[in-house]
Structure formats: C-alpha cells, structure tokens
Write a protein that binds this ligand. Structure first.
Ligand code: PLP
Length: 416
C-alpha cells in the first residue's frame, strides 16, 4: 500500500478499519489534561475491557448469594469454571480443546512443563534457549538444570544473533542441532522474543528438533493473542503463556498451558495436585493420583475464579473478532508504524525487529540515551524502555488506531 505520513491519511485508514469500534470496548487511560494516552504498551499490560467488570460482578454476586454452593449453583458454576475458557484458548493458540488449560502463572507453568519435558540423561542433558530470553525463563531453566545436579555452564546453550545482527537465524539453530543434537534434551524459546519482537519459525524448528529426538516448548507470553498459532499442527510438545499482556485479563491474572495430545496418555513424570486428578472420584479423596487424560491432568489447585472471570470477559472479545481479522489489522497497523518510523531522518533510532514479527516493534536508541524515552512519556505516550537501549512499542489491533500510531510518530519525530 502507498502510505502517507499525514493525519488525514491515518484517519482514512481508521475509517476503513472494520475493528475500529472495538476501541470503545476498552478503558483507555487518560492523561492529566483529560486527553487519552497514546497507549503502546499492550504487550506489557493489556487494557481493561469494559465488560470485565460485569463478568467479575457476576461471580462476586454469586459468591454472596450462594457461598460454597456456588461451586455447583452459581450461574457459571465454579467447579468446571476453567473449562469455560478452553474453546476460546484452543482457537487462539491453534490447539484441540483437550490440549489447553488455564492454570497458575506463567513461570510456574514453565517449571511444571520442565518437570515433564526436561528429563536429562548422562548423554542428553542440554537445553537451548535464546541468549536474550526473558530473565524469568533463564532463571527457570537454569534452576531446573541445577535441580538435576547439572550446571548451566555445561548444559545450557544460549542462542545469539550473528555479529552486527539482532535476530537469531533459523539456519544457525539448525546448525547447532546438527552438531550437538544428540546431547540436546529440550529447545525452549520465546515464540516471540520479548526484547526484539522476533517471531521464531515454530514449525521448522519443531521439525528439525523432533528429527533428533529433542522436545520442543515455547513461551508464548508475547505470542498468544498477537500472532497466528497452530501448535497442534506444528507438533509442539508444550507451550505456556500469560493472560495479562495481549490477552487483556488484568495484572497477574492466571496463565495457561498447552500440552500436545500425544503426551496425554504417556507416563511423563509430573508434579501432581488434586485438581489434576480424575474428575469422577476427585471428591472421594483417594490416595492414589490418577491424572485426567487431557492437559487438565497437569493442574495442581482449584483456580482463582475472579481471575478466570476476567479472562473469560477478554476471551469473549477474541471469540467475536477471531485471530484472522485481528492479525490482518495488526499487520496493517505495524506496517504503517514501520513506514512512519522509516520516514524520520535521524540516525539516533533504528528498528531492530526483523520482518518476522507480530505487532511489537523494538526501537534501538543510539548510545542507550533514555532521555528520548522520558521525553515522549511526558508528551503522553505510554511505551516501555528495556535496558540497555530499546523502546518497545506495540500497536494493539483491538484498541489502538491508525491515529494512535500517527500521533506516536509525530511525538517521536518532534522529540528527535
Ligand atoms: C511477561 C513474561 C514473563 C512473566 O512471567 P510471570 O510468571 O507471568 O511473572 C515470563 N516470560 C516471558 C517470556 C514474558 O514475556
């Protein structure tokens, strides 16, 4: 498309946008002067859907009305409440409903999956991860390695981009697998890297790894609700994601996991809790753990209903829109932002996100000069700064407009 860097042009794109009215479904934070913020931070904390309050109130009312009986008599009974999320989640990550479950928080789920899918032996004990993975993921895999009496020095391979590049090449991952594949037990990557915004080639990496007998897991914190996923088809072994970034379910809200159906009946070791036990006799309180034969078999505890209610509210929007339309708008929004940023004549900024991306762009600022970030913040932009030198921005197709993108560009250009 022939883009133009004018406010009129941005308005025209908004007028043509069939998802435009969804912006009204969200609370957009206001500045002190009463104007809306240019909110570009939905990759960190998604905005609150207006309907969330209703969903939460329903559960508060039913708790008041029914007390413990709400487990069975609430309008949406709490006993199977997590199951109300399953269909929607399956659509978002491209899974069968039996393969997904909402539970715990992200890092907790990562640990639970590592318990099942990282079973090092003397010969096969290494994990591959991105060198610039989110710190929590590094801490989790390093602590799991140590838990098995091994050391990260010997058992953790950190992927790095080539000198002068910022994204990791699939061919370089391939090369490591060819070279050291027999010693590698697991590949664990952020599906979308949180720092650069790079989307990995899930399908290809999974295929190459499986050929060598390596398990493959993805952290979808920045992928779920952002890009099109086909976890089942790709044969990914497991995945985990949180619900408060692109999935707009509120700070610290409950996370989720995907476990491919090929593992549901296998004897994978796991950490168990009563909520993962066979539903038929869970309340007979048997001593002997018999797991549910779906992803639900990895649950530990009865889940926080208020948090699940917020997720349900948000997922109802995803159900209405669908990932196709969402991704289609997302591409246009981010393409427009790339066009605008490229029209700025300044050597102080550089986009480091490769063309394999979701909606996030990572803008490297020369010399890690945070003054630029502070000054756009004063002008009403909410984005985030990631050390050492990156401003991350993510126009979110459900609530950001082409005008938002244009205003962001105008402010950034002025401050430059
Ligand atoms: C946001 C994020 C986390 C956060 O973990 P929590 O357990 O939800 O606090 C972990 N990993 C990645 C890749 C993330 O982007």
């Amino acid at each position: 498309m022939n883009y133009k860097n004018t406010s009129d042009f941005a308005s025209k794109l908004d007028a043509k946008d069939e998802l435009q009215h969804y912006r009204n479904e969200f609370h957009i934070p206001l500045q002190k002067n009463g104007e809306e913020h240019i909110y570009m931070c939905g990759n960190s904390l998604g905005l609150q859907p207006k309907r969330t309050k209703e969903f939460l109130n329903q559960e508060l009312e039913d708790w008041a009305t029914f007390g413990v009986e709400g487990h069975f008599h609430a309008k949406n009974p709490w006993m199977p409440y997590h199951e109300f999320l399953t269909e929607s989640y399956a659509k978002i990550v491209g899974a069968k409903p039996a393969e997904v479950v909402a539970m715990n928080t992200l890092t907790v789920n990562l640990h639970l999956m590592l318990v099942s899918f990282y079973r090092p032996t003397e010969n096969r004990h290494k994990i591959i991860i991105e060198g610039d993975a989110f710190p929590s993921d590094i801490y989790a895999v390093e602590s799991q390695i140590k838990h098995h009496g091994l050391t990260p020095e010997k058992s953790l391979i950190k992927l790095r981009p080539r000198v002068g590049e910022s994204a990791i090449r699939t061919e370089d991952i391939h090369e490591i697998i060819e070279r050291e594949g027999d010693e590698i037990a697991l590949i664990m990557l952020g599906g979308v890297n949180y720092y650069t915004g790079q989307v990995f080639d899930f399908e290809k990496i999974t295929k190459i790894a499986h050929n060598k007998g390596i398990n493959v897991g993805f952290d979808l914190a920045h992928a779920a609700g952002n890009i099109k996923l086909e976890l089942h088809k790709w044969g990914v072994d497991f995945a985990v994601w949180c619900s408060y970034k692109y999935l707009n379910s509120g700070p610290g809200s409950v996370a989720a996991a995907f476990i491919h159906e090929k593992h549901h009946q296998s004897n994978l070791l796991r950490f168990a809790g009563w909520w993962g036990h066979n539903k038929e006799d869970r309340f007979k309180m048997p001593d002997n753990f018999v797991p549910i034969t779906t992803a639900e078999g990895w649950q530990l505890s009865n889940p926080p209903i208020l948090s699940l209610a917020a997720i349900r509210a948000s997922l109802s929007i995803f159900d209405e829109v669908g990932m196709e339309k969402l991704v289609s708008k997302s591409k246009k929004l981010t393409d427009y932002l790339v066009f605008l940023l490229n029209s700025i004549e300044s050597d102080r900024i550089e986009i480091i996100t490769p063309k394999e991306r979701g909606c996030q762009l990572s803008i490297r600022v020369k010399n890690g000069d945070k003054v630029l970030f502070d000054s756009i913040t004063l002008k009403g932009v909410i984005a985030d700064w990631r050390e050492p030198d990156v401003i991350r921005v993510a126009p979110i197709p459900l609530y950001n407009s082409f005008q938002d993108v244009f205003k962001f560009y105008t402010i950034l250009e002025e401050e430059l």
